[in-house]
Design a protein around this ligand. Structure first.
Ligand code: NAI
Length: 335
């Protein structure tokens, strides 16, 4: 049997709890994984003096694949966000977030069987971290949009659409105001779209897109957008299918991939055994597929779906009473 090496970054807050649950579920699929656990985040800063200690990059250099829990980035004080640093350093230009309804879960939109996916550019835009004070009382934050990164994210979305037989890609922008930066993003999307004639392509201004997503989410299929709109719209669409505890994510580059949930460290419930590990488990479903373990990926996805359909062992955020480990045990029993 092939043995995979994965870098595990448990993270802060509820991170270690959802990471432990996910490792147990992945191991229960029977796939042979050697987990290389490394620390990043607030704990790493306190214990090792660095938010991302060097052994994190050293491990990822060997394994090329990471599973990551949420990490705290201290606000202010000149620390770069860990996620931004990892994405930039490893060239993880695609942030992929599939948004799917889980069976049995009651949300305002449960009857719509939503199935959409977000392709968020992950390395530039206002997240370049280029901010400075022009004169006292005036700061400037630079929005960087390049032809190269915009073309890469657009190509990733269209190639996925072709591979998975999806029908439509919608580019989200604000090019009516940011004519040059978002204008360039759209130009790149149009050029890529012209090579994929079988896939419908349309464009929506971000504010209108937010309204349409709330009023008619079922009309969307794949959405491609620059970093900031992607950050906001990911959370909006997560809300449509039951919240942050559910939705998985993948950060993909040409050489590395890091799988992580959309949610943060949830300090309000950390350490209480209440966290929902579904988001990280579903990220692990994407990870197993990425590793070529299609069968294990499908089995883990189905086990999670069965636990939701039965509705017996759900965590508090999705209306249940179960603890993190009771939910995890239920998933493992279905495996
Ligand atoms: P958050 O996602 O941690 O929490 C928002 C709300 O959702 C809270 O009420 C929380 O209890 C709930 N929630 C989130 N995940 C949950 C789960 N798995 N199960 C049950 N309930 C869950 O967002 P917030 O409060 O804005 O950020 C807290 C910290 O997380 C900050 O330090 C932030 O920097 C960090 N963060 C890290 C991210 C990452 O590393 N990927 C992403 C977002 C935030």
């Amino acid at each position: 049997m092939m043995r995979h090496q994965i870098t595990l970054i448990p993270g802060d807050g509820i991170g270690p709890e959802v990471a432990e649950a996910t490792v147990r579920a992945v191991d229960a699929t029977g796939v042979a994984i050697e987990w290389d656990a490394v620390e990043a985040g607030a704990r790493a800063l306190a214990e090792q003096g660095q938010l991302i200690p060097d052994d994190v990059f050293a491990s990822l250099e060997v394994t090329r694949v990471g599973l990551k829990g949420p990490t705290t980035t201290p606000i202010g004080g000149g620390h770069q966000s860990i996620n931004v640093a990892l994405r930039k350093k490893l060239g993880l230009y695609v942030n992929f977030r599939p948004i799917r309804m889980l069976p049995g879960l009651k949300t305002r939109f449960s009857d719509l069987a939503l199935d959409l996916a977000i392709f968020r550019e992950n390395t530039e835009d206002l997240y370049s971290g280029l901010e400075h004070e022009v004169v006292p009382g005036v700061v400037e934050s630079l929005k960087i949009i390049t032809e190269k990164a915009s073309t890469k994210i657009a190509r990733a979305a269209f190639e996925y659409a072709r591979r998975e037989g999806r029908r439509k890609v919608t580019a989200i922008h604000k090019a009516n105001i940011m004519k040059m930066s978002d204008g360039l993003f759209l130009k790149c999307c149009r050029e890529v779209a012209s090579g994929f004639r079988e896939i419908q392509y349309n464009e929506l201004i971000v504010d209108n897109a937010c309204m349409q997503l709330v009023m008619r989410p079922e009309t969307f299929d794949l959405l491609v957008m620059p970093n900031l709109y992607g950050d906001i719209i990911s959370d909006l669409t997560a809300g449509l299918v039951g919240g942050l505890g559910i939705v998985p994510g993948a950060n993909l580059g040409d050489h590395h991939a890091i799988f992580e949930a959309v949610h943060g460290t949830a300090p309000d419930i950390a350490g209480k055994g209440l966290a929902n590990p579904t988001a990280l488990m579903q990220s692990a479903v994407l990870m197993l597929a990425h590793l070529g373990e299609r069968n294990a990926s499908r089995r883990l996805q189905e086990a999670i779906q069965q636990v939701y359909a039965a509705g017996e062992f759900l965590t508090g955020d999705v209306g249940g009473k179960a603890s993190t480990s009771e939910f995890t045990d239920a998933v493992i029993r279905r495996l």
